[in-house]
Design a protein around this ligand. Structure first.
Ligand SMILES: C[S@@+](CC[C@H](N)C(=O)[O-])C[C@H]1O[C@@H](n2cnc3c(N)ncnc32)[C@H](O)[C@@H]1O
Length: 382
């Protein structure tokens, strides 16, 4: 218990790997796109299990990323709602949670193999994207993308474009290294055959993974304004907001966004959670005088999300939020305890902080900045 008895702190280092994307590497469908910032299917399955969740509950992930929570719910037979602000991740979540029939996939693969190549003009392609691929591969990727975008049927388009994103991520020279993209040239296979092999592998994944017919609602939207969700309609929340001071998603995924979604203008995020804040400025319900400005903005956004969660959760519902301490050159911002304090003021009870990881954080790759705590904050609505 903390000194005022408002929350408990528990050490749960056994969950350390589960809050990362690593276990998804070998999980069919989950591994169609490697999302370093995501958590694992096993974490979602574990939380559903300890919650003793009955099948008719509705699960919410307001920061769903590439859809780990909704996909796991669909595998295990739970209804779910996911919200994501970034159109690329929202698309990937949809493509992974669609139900496909292996026979129709065969037809789509046949269609792809029969396409006759037409020369592609790289004129409008940015320097960044050109740097990321061997020019032959890039031409092939754009050729397939343009043909796929002409398809009328949503599901074939989703599946084939997902396959294209999957295959191109394996042949790119771009490497995501924390908050920056680096380029490393390497030998790559001829793209056309590689793409078809990837689609065949995805078909196998579809055949070995049983998805239930349970309702899955994926919303392209902002977690701070969940207008589309009714009051007291959610039984369980499993989510991971972006970490304070961690990465700029719009920058690191710029190549995929330009190539597969066109040049979307994504409004810069103010604290990596909220879009630029346009409403009335709010005062945090905690003492924030000594916090860096970016941490205050971040916590204000998180507070808005916490208030929305309180509104949409049913009495007795539980929320699990994966967060991490923010590290600055001269101090640490304990996001977990600050979040617990905010949640307590909003009326959440039985608050627990499970410390799951203690990570060494470096800047400029080698300079050690300190150790950051990663935690799951558990909240119960009274
Ligand atoms: C830590 S990731 C979550 C990853 C997810 N658990 C998974 O396994 O894919 C945080 C996600 O929140 C999204 N995000 C940032 N601000 C948001 C907002 N205001 N509303 C909804 N999603 C937001 C980011 O684009 C990112 O995908």
């Amino acid at each position: 218990m903390n000194e005022e008895g408002k929350w408990k702190i528990l050490e749960r280092l056994d969950l350390g790997e589960l809050v990362t994307f690593v276990p998804n590497k070998d999980r069919p469908i989950h591994n169609w796109f490697h999302f370093k910032e995501g958590f694992s299917r096993d974490l979602v399955a574990y939380l559903l299990r300890i919650h003793g969740a009955s099948r008719d509950i509705r699960v919410l992930d307001p920061f769903m990323g590439v859809g780990t929570t909704p996909l796991t719910c669909k595998e295990l037979g739970y209804r779910s709602i996911g919200i994501e602000v970034n159109p690329l991740f929202h698309f990937i979540a949809r493509a992974k949670t669609n139900k496909y029939d292996p026979d129709e996939i065969d037809e789509w693969i046949k269609w792809v193999s029969r396409l006759r190549y037409r020369p592609v003009d790289l004129g409008g392609v940015s320097h960044l994207v050109r740097k990321a691929f061997n020019p032959h591969n890039l031409r092939d990727i754009i050729f397939f993308r343009d043909r796929i975008m002409e398809l009328d049927d949503d599901r074939s388009r989703d599946f084939l474009l997902m396959g294209l994103i999957n295959a191109s991520s394996k042949v790119t020279y771009a490497v995501k290294d924390g908050a920056v993209i680096r380029f490393r040239k390497k030998p790559t296979p001829p793209f056309r055959e590689f793409y078809i092999r990837t689609l065949r592998k995805m078909k196998k994944d579809v055949m070995t993974t049983r998805l239930h017919d349970t309702e899955t609602i994926l919303i392209l939207g902002d977690a701070r304004k969940m207008d589309m969700i009714d009051d007291e309609s959610i039984d369980l929340v499993i989510t991971s907001p972006p970490y304070l001071n961690k990465i700029e998603y719009t920058k690191v995924y710029e190549i995929e966004t330009e190539l597969f979604l066109g040049r979307h203008r994504i409004i810069p995020l103010r604290s990596y959670i909220g879009l630029v804040y346009r409403g009335r400025e709010i005062e945090l319900p905690i003492d924030a005088d000594n916090l860096p400005k970016s941490a205050v903005a971040y916590l204000k956004d998180l507070w808005t999300v916490i208030r929305e969660l309180y509104r949409v959760m049913r009495p007795g519902a539980t929320a699990y939020l994966v967060v991490a301490e923010g590290l600055y050159r001269d101090r640490k911002v304990p996001v977990d305890t600050l979040l617990a304090e905010i949640a307590d003021q909003e009326g959440f009870r039985d608050i627990e902080i499970w410390v799951v990881n203690k990570r060494v954080v470096t800047i400029e790759r080698t300079v050690k900045l300190g150790v950051a705590r990663e935690s799951i904050v558990k909240l119960v609505k009274e």
